[in-house]
Design a protein around this ligand. Structure first.
Ligand SMILES: O=C(O)C1=C[C@@H](OP(=O)(O)O)[C@@H](O)[C@H](O)C1
Ligand SMILES: C=C(OP(=O)(O)O)C(=O)O
Length: 441
């Protein structure tokens, strides 16, 4: 899959425009991955609606097909998973390709470590550079046997070990992927698995465990699950992805005259750091309607353009907005005054080094920044010039710089954009429908 990708796709963004009307962004990527994983392990048939038909979630789906799970769809966001039960997965006859998706590889590492067969997890050039020791090390403490390539990188060779035991573990970094890998392994482990996180991170795994009938005890930043509970199929309604909404929220804030509504966006409080940061910057954001579906909160949002001011981003918001910083840096560049981000070293180990790659792109457009080991200082209010930005194959970098064109003085060219399809299929047409002047070649 990944080898065949057109890495030369270029976005051409013409300056100006404003964002108006009502849009709906594609389904949440984190929840889509988990719906396939838990649906596959459940007894019974799980019906999913609103599934993200992006390459990352499809990679997870294809892995489970290779593990012998019958899955129908996706067909307009509908997926039907014929669960095989906790012990029904089959040995794959090839390496399992996670493509560009860190979530797939890390969560699968936990789930597959406990199976009675061996397998190998591989990925594309970007994923192959990302750290896997963060999951392999604690899984080994549970009795798992895994081998990484040099430097703790993929591919990940897993020697299945059905006799895992529970673990009490404090995560060294705020990572929902590591937490989730250990909770998935904990489904199979003898006894209790007790995970404490240094800061609260997205809790979709915990919520979905509860939805599938697995008891989870949560006290502050500690989560407990006991092995051996079966999962029972349950319908899943995937909300719109707030991480995809983020580009439009920022775009509407920074382009005068914008007034945009976003329908059915997931607003789980472990994901709404973007709303808090934008509000602290002075954004005009409204929640027009809110409700709960399948254990996850949703809302219709309205955002109107307003002048933003630079802020020091509270560090407790960092894990709650971790994927939104590329978009927030664009907002910061348009804000009056300086924005300071610290405590975000995790940004350096995403699909690209998002601190350095964003700083380079901002520089190419005439914005002054100071790169910190764990963050970035951005001098706002200088206005974007025109120029060429390298996205380094990182979907969120490509989409963020597309929004910069809304208040740039000249055209912006963004290179290496094909991976936008990993999280946001249809981004260019939705962005154009909302008012951006963007085309891909
Ligand atoms: O659990 C998840 O679905 C995710 C967790 C985060 O990664 P980390 O756990 O590495 O912070 C996030 O960046 C990623 O996009 C999705
Ligand atoms: C970091 C991301 O995803 P993953 O870790 O799953 O590749 C992301 O989508 O921003």
């Amino acid at each position: 899959m990944s080898e065949m990708k057109d890495t030369m796709q270029v976005y051409h963004a013409t300056p100006g425009g404003r964002l108006t009307g009502t849009i709906r962004v594609p389904g949440d990527k984190s929840i889509s991955h988990r719906s396939i994983m838990l649906g596959a392990l459940a007894e019974g048939v799980t019906e999913v609606t609103g599934f993200l038909e992006g390459e990352d979630a499809l990679a997870t789906m294809n892995v489970f097909r290779a593990l012998g799970v019958q899955i129908e769809g996706p067909e307009q966001g509908r997926v039907t998973i014929h669960g095989v039960g906790l012990h029904g997965l089959k040995a794959p006859d090839m390496a399992l390709d996670c493509g560009n998706s860190g979530t797939s590889m890390r969560l699968l590492a936990g789930l597959l470590a406990a199976q009675p067969f061996d397998c190998t997890l591989t990925g594309d050039a970007s994923l192959t550079q990302r750290p896997m020791a963060r999951v392999a090390d604690p899984l080994r403490l549970m009795g798992a046997r895994l081998e990484t390539a040099a430097g703790g990188r993929p591919p990940l060779k897993i020697y299945g070990t059905p006799e895992l035991h529970g673990l009490t573990y404090t995560l060294p970094m705020a990572s929902a992927q590591v937490k989730s890998a250990l909770l998935l392994a904990g489904l199979y482990a003898q006894g209790e698995t007790v995970i404490t996180e240094p800061e609260v991170t997205r809790d979709h795994t915990e919520r979905m465990f509860e939805g599938f009938g697995v008891p989870v005890r949560r006290e502050g930043r500690t989560i407990r699950v006991t092995g051996g509970h079966g999962l029972h199929a349950t319908p899943i309604e995937v909300p719109g992805d707030i991480s995809s909404a983020a580009f439009f929220l920022v775009g509407a804030c920074i382009s005068p005259g914008s007034d945009l509504r976003l329908q059915s966006v997931g607003v789980n409080p472990t994901r709404t750091g973007i709303l808090d940061v934008l509000r602290l910057m002075g954004a005009n954001l409204e929640i027009e309607r809110s409700w709960i579906a399948g254990g996850e909160p949703l809302a219709d949002l309205r955002v109107r353009a307003t002048p933003l001011r630079g802020i020091t981003i509270p560090t407790e918001l960092v894990p709650l907005a971790i994927d939104e910083f590329p978009a927030l840096f664009i907002a910061a560049a348009c804000a009056e005054g300086r924005t300071i981000l610290r405590g975000a070293a995790e940004l350096r180990v995403k699909e690209s080094d998002r601190i350095q790659v964003m700083a380079d792109g901002l520089k190419a457009l005439g914005i002054y920044t100071e790169v910190l080991p764990d963050g970035l200082i951005i001098e706002g209010g200088q206005g974007f010039g025109s120029g060429t930005v390298e996205s380094h194959g990182d979907h969120r970098i490509a989409m963020s710089f597309s929004m910069a064109a809304l208040c740039a003085q000249g055209p912006i060219e963004i290179r290496d954009c094909a991976n936008v399809a990993t999280s946001f299929p249809g981004f260019v047409s939705l962005a154009c429908a909302a008012g951006l002047n963007l085309n891909a070649s």
